[in-house]
Design a protein around this ligand. Structure first.
Ligand SMILES: Nc1ncnc2c1ncn2[C@@H]1O[C@H](COP(=O)(O)OP(=O)(O)OP(=O)(O)O)[C@@H](O)[C@H]1O
Length: 603
């Protein structure tokens, strides 16, 4: 068998195999319903012909009871199947879609790093497999059901051709050939349309972003204040027009190019009526035979009509290809089975280089940095210097593109990341506001540790959030979201205290490296002033990496490094760096000077 045909059949089989996700009961029902539909046309042609022959030969009802009953059963079965098939199709399609969405979630969640989450092609493939609802009536599930429908139609056509061949073999072959050629021709157009649809998956996702920005709450303030409504609507239309124009061009193309199928259909239809008519005139068939021939011919012909299942199938095949790409994208990181040390470790960046995929310049370039056990290291540098990126590498969310990071001399690439992440905790700049209770928000820092009052309240107190929690209606059990009744939302600074409590809870449960990226950005002046004593000095025996643009927050660190051009440009404690008179000293004086000016101005 030619390789292309083998591949074609393998892909179709894979699509049909998705039907098992419908579950045994619905799958049995579905197969039975499609089988009845597939048999119905051929059986009806034979039974109707038999009935007519019998009715013309004798007026006694008893003589035609059997064919009459058969026709009645076929009509009734057809009606029942029609009623049952639609809900069964829908149920199967939705269950398949659910299973594929789970598969997508699994593939997205499995990698230990986040490179795939920052890759647009990956996001588009995720949308290809899991987009559902709204104006998108095509899903992998409808494609799998469509494939079954198509199989049923083809079976029906072949069975009708067999019935027809009994009377007129040449006509049967001719009609079957014409029907298949018509199908293949029309399918080509549908494939093209489906490719266009698939190519624009990214544009659809972008259009949706603008629609969501317009209608959902996070951007609501700015949309109204800046008067962005019409602009967003136009932006959405512009994105949507981009792909809809091409889709409609293809649709019109399908109609334009179908003239030859009309001609073929006309020729086939003429033959389907002429040959039985001629046979009746020649006396080779009776009236019942004529009806059987015409109905069987029509049954062959009906399979040529191209329903939307062709498009559904192509769409679903595209989704399966996207799923395979997700598998490749989401290759689980190799190696890494050495457990992370469970005592405070020496962390070293050794000539570490890193550039983001598609980035035009390295963010880190030969970074050498040694962080001692239980050292408090502050990292400063201008916007975009690579501070957060350095943290992503240290936590194994990205891998260095050059050099290596070691934990007590062991390459991080060889360390089991799950065990390493039991040793590290972080408050990221863009930490997550989980729509959960305060207790749960804090407990998520060490999910294995439970959420008893004592340790949670201790972490809350260490983060300076006791007063805040006391004022909440349900204390620790207050839901931190407005999406549910009884829930409250917090201010930026209040959320930051909860995030710090989460990290301190993690430290209390064995994390030995505490990373704080801009932990005081939202805190008020008093809280910022207390921050070092309250949080940093209070965690003992823990390595702290503290990133901040507020130099008053970092000045008491054991050591401060300035990151510039992807490597460390200055290193020392506050006093040493001030004496050195480099960038740090300049920035510090600038901040302190502005503060002094403001104070003098106010006085
Ligand atoms: N996911 C990403 N993909 C591509 N480039 C990125 C990505 N994240 C960051 N960058 C780029 O990497 C550089 C360093 O970013 P990073 O967030 O590490 O800087 P930073 O020092 O933490 O900055 P800031 O002080 O503003 O927080 C920036 O030029 C940024 O544009």
């Amino acid at each position: 068998m030619p390789a292309r045909l083998t591949e074609f059949l393998a892909r179709r089989r894979r699509l049909l195999a998705l039907l098992v996700h419908a579950g045994p009961g619905p799958l049995a029902g579905l197969l039975a319903a499609h089988l009845v539909t597939a048999l119905a046309a051929a059986a009806t042609s034979v039974a109707t012909g038999w009935l007519l022959t019998g009715a013309l030969a004798s007026s006694a009802v008893g003589e035609i009871l059997l064919p009459l009953g058969l026709v009645a059963v076929l009509v009734l079965a057809g009606q029942c199947v029609e009623i049952a098939r639609e809900p069964l199709d829908l149920l199967a399609a939705r269950r398949i879609d659910g299973a594929l969405r789970s598969a997508v979630r699994d593939r997205v969640a499995r990698p230990s790093g986040i490179a795939h989450l920052e890759d647009l092609d990956h996001a588009t493939d995720v949308a290809r497999v899991s987009e559902l609802g709204g104006w998108r009536t095509r899903t992998p599930g409808t494609g799998a059901v469509g494939q079954l429908l198509l199989l049923g139609r083809l079976t029906s056509a072949v069975l009708c051709a067999v019935v027809l061949a009994w009377f007129a073999p040449l006509l049967a072959v001719w009609l079957l050939a014409v029907t298949l050629v018509m199908r293949a021709g029309i399918r080509r157009h549908w494939v093209r349309l489906s490719r266009t649809w698939d190519e624009h998956a990214g544009a659809r996702r972008r259009a949706e972003y603008w629609a969501d920005t317009l209608t959902e709450s996070p951007a609501g303030k700015e949309v109204r204040l800046f008067g962005l409504g019409p602009w967003l609507t136009e932006r959405y239309r512009e994105q949507a027009r981009g792909w809809l124009t091409e889709i409609w061009r293809d649709r019109r193309g399908i109609l334009r190019r179908q003239w030859w199928t009309f001609l073929l259909a006309l020729a086939a239809g003429f033959a389907a009526l002429y040959v039985p008519g001629a046979a009746l005139a020649a006396g080779t068939v009776d009236f019942g035979g004529l009806i059987t021939m015409v109905l069987a011919a029509w049954g062959v012909f009906a399979a040529g009509a191209m329903g939307h299942e062709a498009f559904d199938i192509e769409y679903a095949l595209g989704a399966l290809r996207a799923l395979d790409r997700l598998d490749r994208h989401v290759a689980v990181r190799a190696g890494g089975d050495r457990p992370a040390p469970d005592s405070p470790v020496r962390l070293r960046f050794e000539r570490v280089g890193f550039h983001y995929p598609g980035g035009d310049r390295p963010v880190l370039d030969g970074l050498d940095l040694d962080i001692g056990p239980a050292e408090v290291l502050a990292v400063v540098g201008r916007n975009g210097a690579g501070k957060t990126t350095m943290i992503k590498l240290l936590t194994g969310l990205h891998e260095p593109t050059g050099g290596r990071i070691t934990l007590d001399g062991t390459d991080l690439a060889d360390v089991d990341l799950t065990s390493w992440r039991r040793r590290v905790t972080a408050v990221f700049q863009d930490f997550v506001h989980y729509p959960l209770t305060v207790r749960e928000n804090v407990a998520l820092g060490a999910p294995e540790a439970g959420a008893d009052d004592g340790p949670i309240l201790a972490a809350v107190a260490a983060a300076g959030a006791t007063g805040l929690v006391d004022r909440l209606p349900d204390g620790l059990d207050t839901l931190l979201t407005r999406e549910h009744s009884g829930g409250v939302d917090l201010s930026g600074g209040q959320w930051q205290r909860i995030a710090i409590a989460r990290a301190l809870f993690a430290v209390a449960n064995g994390r030995q490296v505490l990373i704080l990226d801009e932990p005081t950005a939202h805190l008020d002046v008093r809280a910022e002033a207390e921050f070092y004593d309250r949080v940093i000095s209070a965690v003992s025996g823990v390595t702290v990496v503290l990133i901040s643009h507020r130099l008053s927050t970092v000045r008491r660190a054991d050591r401060i490094v300035v990151l510039d051009n992807g490597r460390v440009s200055e290193s020392g404690n506050h006093g040493e760096l001030m004496d050195h008179g480099g960038e740090y000293a300049g920035l510090y004086r600038l901040q302190a000077g502005r503060f002094a000016e403001d104070t003098e101005g106010a006085a």
